[in-house]
Design a protein around this ligand. Structure first.
Ligand code: UD1
Length: 365
């Protein structure tokens, strides 16, 4: 009998993580992976395009939850997944990352005594105002198998009293996908379509509620982008949440009016990878981009005052800017002068083999 594993994906950052598992699943004949899409993200640009580009199988079910408040969205994923499990009980529920779909499915599975495996376990920003931090804490406390990206994750879980036998430091599945797609993405040279030159532009994307839902902070960021656009051209990939808030604050038109700022819809995976790999600097609040830039050795300025991914600061190319705009301008100057010296070493276990390490563990249970 094959071990039935429900692999949960719901929001944009989940797809590139689960893709790494499906890419090598064929090498593990005793495992049967089923893709469950919760529908947390539903636009073609936020979901469909990733399924196609990353060669993911058609989901065996789509819970179709869509956007709503945190409680409603989480509850809808729980109701939908419980019904699925009642009719199609898996042996393992594998969740990735820290979105609402992650915690919702982990809770359903744990209550139904199904093994919960969490990929990207142990990351902590220690900032409980972030919805993702609460999702991480709850998901990890419910998990039977905790697959960790970086040593800080193991340390955090040990401090929280998680049994060490449950914890596996395996590396980073998102980097598996990056390494497998990099050559194609590089060939694509997406920046040409925006009239940009390699290593001469800033790639910008941010969407965290802490940055976009507060008008004063949003205005400050827009001001800094206008300043940056005098130093180098900007390609700004605008998340739906960010677009809505920029429009509400009449800032979208301000950015649109700047000839050195190009506004784009959310990019597909290979387009975003192509833009990142060829950027002079990435300005973001995305967790994934902090990791991807570290591997690609592209400077990353993060618009947050903490990160759950400290290895990107210690060994990668990441600098936390928070809202220290003097620091932001200083770092841009360093990048311009070629003296931003971060991220020269390779990060251990971010080597393209994380998914294999995970499936070996699952094969042995
Ligand atoms: C969610 C995750 C966040 C992740 C981000 C990546 C949680 C708590 N947050 O935040 O960790 O970094 O995804 O995108 O799970 N919308 C669309 N089309 C879509 C999806 C959303 O237009 O396909 C719009 C809706 O107006 C929605 C808003 O974007 O209200 C925000 O979407 P939501 O899924 O609530 O959260 P994200 O901000 O995307």
């Amino acid at each position: 009998m094959k071990l039935q594993i429900d692999v949960i994906a719901g929001a944009r950052p989940n797809f590139m993580k689960v893709a790494a598992l499906f890419a090598i699943a064929g090498k593990f004949p005793s495992l049967k992976l089923r893709l469950i899409h919760t529908g947390q993200h539903y636009d073609e640009t936020m979901s469909g395009v990733f399924l196609k580009e990353l060669g993911l199988p058609k989901p065996v079910c789509n819970l179709g939850v869509g956007s709503s408040s945190h409680a409603t969205q989480t509850a809808q994923v729980m109701t939908g997944y419980e019904q699925w499990v009642n009719e199609n009980r898996p042996d393992v529920c594998l969740v990735v990352g820290d979105v609402n779909s992650t915690v919702a499915c982990a809770l359903v599975a744990a209550k139904m005594q199904i093994v919960v495996a969490h990929v990207e376990a142990g990351l902590r920003s220690f900032d409980r105002t972030m919805p993702e931090e609460l999702n991480r804490i709850v998901t990890d406390s419910l998990s039977d198998l905790l697959f960790v990206n970086e040593p800080s994750g193991v340390k955090n879980l040990m401090k929280e009293g998680v049994e060490s036998s449950k914890v596996h430091l395996v590396g980073n599945v998102m980097i598996d996908t990056l390494l497998s797609q990099l050559e194609d993405a590089k060939k694509q040279a997406k920046y040409v379509e925006f009239g940009l030159e390699s290593r001469q532009y800033a790639f910008v994307t941010f969407h965290r509620p802490s940055n976009v839902d507060n008008s004063i902070i949003l205005l400050e960021i827009v001001d800094q982008l206008l300043w940056l656009s005098n130093v180098m051209p900007i390609l700004f990939s605008v998340h739906p949440r960010t677009r809505r808030q920029l429009q509400n604050n009449k800032l979208y038109e301000v950015l649109e009016a700047s000839s050195n700022i190009h506004l784009a819809e959310p990019l597909s995976y290979t387009d975003a990878l192509s833009m990142t790999a060829n950027a002079k600097v990435v300005v973001t609040d995305s967790g994934g981009l902090q990791e991807e830039t570290s591997v690609l050795k592209v400077p990353c300025l993060t618009l947050r005052d903490n990160t759950e991914r400290p290895i990107t600061i210690d060994e990668g190319t990441n600098t936390l800017i928070a809202s220290d705009w003097i620091l932001f301008r200083k770092k841009i100057e360093e990048i311009e002068e070629g003296v931003y010296l971060k991220g020269v070493s390779n990060i251990q276990l971010w080597d393209g083999l994380a998914a294999k390490r995970i499936l070996i563990v699952l094969d042995g249970i």
